[in-house]
Design a protein around this ligand. Structure first.
Ligand code: DC
Length: 222
C-alpha cells in the first residue's frame, strides 16, 4: 500500500519548497496541485476568457488536456495539451486566474481523478488546499502549513524580485490577502484544516527548521 501525505495551507506558507525537500529526503514523489489550477487559469487567460465566466470556463474544459509528468530530476512538470507550461503558470496574473477558476466546482471535479491516480501508484507528498479534506481524505499524515499573511507576502515578494519581476510589496500583500479570502470563502472545498490535521505555523521558522519540523512529524507517524 502506498503512503500518502497531504500538505494543505494558504498561498505562500512555503508548502511547495518545504514539501519538495521533505519528499526528496523520504524518497517520495512530490505533487504540487496548485500547478493544475494554474494551468486551467493559463488556458483561460490565453483564450481571453474572463476567469469569472463560469460557463465559458466549463466549456473550455471540454477541449483541454492537463497532465502531470516528471523530468529527469524527478521534478513535476505540467502539460497543457501536451505543452510544458510549468514556468508560464508562475506569474501574479495567473495566480489570480487560478484562484478564480479553482472556485468552480466543475473545475475541481475535472482535476480530482488526476490527483487521486497519482496517489494510487506512488508514495506521495501532495500539496494543495483540499488534499486532506477532499482529494485524499484517507491520507496517512495530514499537515496544515501556515504563516502570517505578512510573512507569506514577504517570502513571495522576495521570490518574485529574485526572478527579476518588478513588483511592490503592498501589491503582493494585497494579492495574498485577496487569495486567502477567496480560497477560504468559496463554497466548494474551501481552504481549511482537516479535523485530523496537524497545524504547523512557520512564521518564526526558517526553511531548514520548517523542513526538520515536518520530517520529524512524518517520521514519527509513518
Ligand atoms: O498553491 P498555488 O498558489 O499554486 O495555487 C494556485 C491557486 O489554486 C490558489 O489560489 C488556490 C488554488 N488551489 C486549490 O483551490 N486547490 C488546490 N488543491 C491547490 C490550489
Amino acid at each position: 500500500m502506498n503512503i500518502a501525505i497531504a500538505i494543505d495551507g494558504p498561498a505562500g506558507a512555503g508548502k511547495s519548497t518545504i514539501a519538495k525537500l521533505a519528499a526528496k529526503s523520504l524518497g517520495f514523489i512530490y505533487v504540487d496541485t496548485g500547478a493544475l489550477y494554474r494551468t486551467i487559469g493559463l488556458c483561460a487567460y490565453r483564450n481571453n476568457i474572463c476567469s469569472k465566466d463560469v460557463d465559458a470556463i466549463i466549456k473550455m474544459l471540454e477541449d483541454m488536456k492537463v497532465e502531470l509528468a516528471f523530468n529527469e530530476n524527478h521534478e513535476q512538470i505540467v502539460l497543457l495539451n501536451g505543452e510544458d507550461v510549468s514556468s508560464l503558470i508562475r506569474t501574479p496574473e495567473i495566480s489570480m486566474y487560478a484562484s478564480d477558476v479553482s472556485a468552480i466546482p466543475r473545475v475541481r471535479a475535472f482535476l480530482l481523478d488526476l490527483q487521486r491516480n497519482m496517489a494510487k501508484t506512488n508514495n506521495i507528498i501532495m500539496d494543495g488546499r483540499d488534499i486532506g479534506t477532499v482529494v485524499l481524505p484517507d491520507a496517512k499524515i495530514k499537515i496544515f502549513l501556515t504563516a502570517s499573511a505578512k510573512v507569506r507576502a514577504k517570502r513571495r515578494y522576495d521570490e518574485l524580485i529574485e526572478k527579476g519581476m518588478d513588483v511592490k510589496f503592498e501589491d503582493v500583500l494585497s494579492d495574498v490577502e485577496t487569495r486567502d479570502y477567496n480560497d477560504s470563502h468559496r463554497e466548494v472545498a474551501p481552504l481549511k484544516p482537516a479535523d485530523d490535521s496537524i497545524i504547523v505555523d512557520t512564521s518564526d521558522l526558517d526553511l531548514e527548521q520548517s523542513v526538520e519540523k515536518l520530517l520529524s512529524i512524518m517520521k514519527e507517524r509513518m
